[in-house]
Design a protein around this ligand. Structure first.
Ligand code: NA7
Length: 531
């Protein structure tokens, strides 16, 4: 069995940076990647229209000044192919592929208490061992399909957005169904509507969408942006969720009506997530404030969709603006004014089965050439559930998490020594690369400390985990998002056991998260048992 200092699972943004850092430390590392190329999220999500909702220049790696000076983001919100190219450029520059084994899906990871090493088993049966195990498996990376009867019988083409084929799919002249209206569905719908002969959107729950306001970045503007990189990353480090946007310090009703309204109009005209994370500071905690903003957005939807009945169908009734992930859109609402597009309320008339020709709802049969499942992911812990991890005493991670996932700062779990999770449960998410860089650097510093001190094993202490988890639970109290079903509250109706709302993510600020993790290092890792 091949042996390494460290095994990394996944060659997405986390895995690539972790490999670079481990090499710097002189560790011999091996990456196992299920795909045939690097990129993770940006490798798998090739669906039409896929792009960032974070500003491109706030999204790339901040650690490589040379690459920052060279790379030209062509749009304010880069499309998937560009990001995949970018991550391939990183892999080339650092010659990362020689340590990455592709088409290697990890099936099991077992802690060997005698050897004090992890044994990793691939689906092929191949095994490898390492002192350290680092999971870089993503937070939204385990795609889920509905459980409709007859799904295998469909004679046309069908795709999940997160498992999109590499060869382009041609929608021209085709009858297309899109099931799902989350961030992936919205991006797909906008694109497919351009060429499909007929597009039928099956919407179970409308989401509050807001304009992306994307635009090209000409060379001169990119040159100006490059000069600002230090300021851009400094700002991302200071804001609540590492975006360039930060909440307005005022409460909604402390501002006079005219000014309040003008402020929302301004946010609606601006690029990116400002309207969500740069809104009045009480928007996600105060019901009346939230209703005010929701009403404003509802009015915008009514103004953009010509058929009043369709407009009403697109306005969420069961949750307020921003309490679920806000999909950013480009003429999404106008798509429903096109004669080739129809919206079906699949809560009122649920999809009952897939047929060889299309699908049947409780009200009608539809014929399709292509069905797109934009049905989302088993989020946050889903990728962990798909690998059989066993820790000290042969305890499965699934058992340790039977009452809900736990962690110490999202990166360690007691009883799973020398296992580090990048983007594990309860890490700060937000603008994800910023979280990734922090987590990779934290793990790397912990490994450096262990190496320098001659320590072989590190395990999170149970009491440290409990203190951290209490902090996580306390933060979630009073948030309107906790009253709503979404992947952010651990709900996935297509997965058994994921029907009850939980505190599935860290809801505090990224600076607060980082301070907690840094304190662990600053206090000489008192929260970890090391030997
Ligand atoms: P989401 O946001 O989880 O959206 C999934 C969508 O699929 C959502 O509209 C679901 O409706 C719908 N869905 C799922 N299963 C079904 C069934 N069985 N019938 C009808 N409709 C269904 O996933 P995305 O991929 O769009 O986005 C995930 C995140 O990735 C996103 O937030 C970004 O941060 C990146 P529901 O709302 O459950 O009624």
């Amino acid at each position: 069995m091949a042996g390494y200092d460290a095994i990394i699972i996944g060659a997405g943004m986390s895995g690539l940076y972790q490999l670079i850092k481990l090499r710097e430390l002189g560790f011999q590392a091996r990456v196992f990647e299920a795909g045939t190329g690097v990129g993770g999220t940006w490798y798998w999500n090739r669906y039409p229209g896929c792009r960032f909702d974070s500003e491109s220049y706030s999204y790339g790696y901040s650690f490589d000044k040379e690459l920052l000076a060279e790379w030209h983001w062509t749009e304010h919100f880069a499309p998937q192919p560009e990001t995949e190219r970018y991550l391939n450029r990183v892999a080339d520059k650092y010659d990362l592929r020689r340590d990455i084994q592709f088409s290697a899906r990890v099936k099991a990871c077992d802690w060997d208490a005698v050897a004090e090493r992890w044994t990793v088993t691939l689906e092929s049966g191949e095994q490898a061992s390492a002192r350290f195990l680092i999971t870089a498996i993503g937070a939204l990376s385990a795609p889920t399909l509905p459980n409709f009867p007859g799904m295998d019988s469909f004679r046309g083409q069908s795709f999940h957005t997160g498992l999109w084929p590499k060869q382009p799919v041609d929608f021209a002249g085709k009858r297309v169904a899109v099931i799902g209206t989350g961030a992936s569905g919205v991006q797909t719908i906008q694109e497919v509507a351009k060429t499909a002969k007929e597009l039928v959107v099956f919407q179970r729950t409308p989401n509050w969408c807001a304009p992306l306001h994307n635009g090209k970045i000409p060379a001169e503007e990119m040159a100006e942006i490059r000069k600002e990189y230090d300021a851009i990353f400094k700002r991302c480090e200071e804001t609540f969720s590492c975006f360039l946007h930060t909440a307005d310090p005022r409460n909604t009703f402390d501002v006079a009506e005219t000014e309040r309204r003008a402020f929302l109009e301004k946010l609606y005209r601006e690029r990116g997530f400002g309207i969500w994370v740069g809104n009045f500071k009480d928007m996600l905690t105060d019901r009346a404030a939230n209703t005010y903003v929701s009403d404003f957005i509802a009015e915008k939807i009514r103004g953009r969709v010509k058929d009043p009945q369709v407009a009403e169908m697109l306005i969420p009734r069961d949750h307020g603006f921003g309490t679920r992930r806000v999909p950013l859109e480009t003429f999404y609402y106008e798509v429903y004014n096109q004669p080739n597009v129809r919206l079906v309320n699949s809560r009122a008339t649920p999809i009952e089965r897939i047929t060889p020709e299309g699908l049947a709802t409780s009200a009608e049969h539809f014929a399709f050439d292509i069905i797109v499942y934009a049905t989302g992911f088993d989020a946050l812990r889903g990728a962990f559930d798909r690998i059989a991890f066993t820790g000290v005493g042969g305890q499965p991670l699934k058992d340790a998490w039977a009452e809900g996932a736990t962690s110490l700062v999202g990166m360690m779990q007691p009883g799973f020594p020398n296992m580090f999770m990048l983007l594990g449960p309860h890490t700060a998410l937000g603008n994800i690369p910023r979280s990734i860089e922090f987590n990779v650097e934290w793990v790397s510093e912990t490994l450096r400390h262990m190496r320098d001190q001659g320590l072989r094993v590190a395990d999170a202490k149970a009491e440290a985990m409990e203190t951290w988890m209490t902090h996580v639970m306390d933060l979630a109290r009073g948030l309107l998002s906790m009253e709503v079903d979404s992947w952010m509250t651990g709900i996935n109706r297509n997965v058994a056991g994921k029907q009850t709302r939980i505190v599935a993510r860290y809801t505090g600020s990224a600076p607060e998260y980082r301070a907690w993790a840094n304190r662990i290092a600053e206090t000489g890792y008192a929260d970890l048992a090391m030997r």
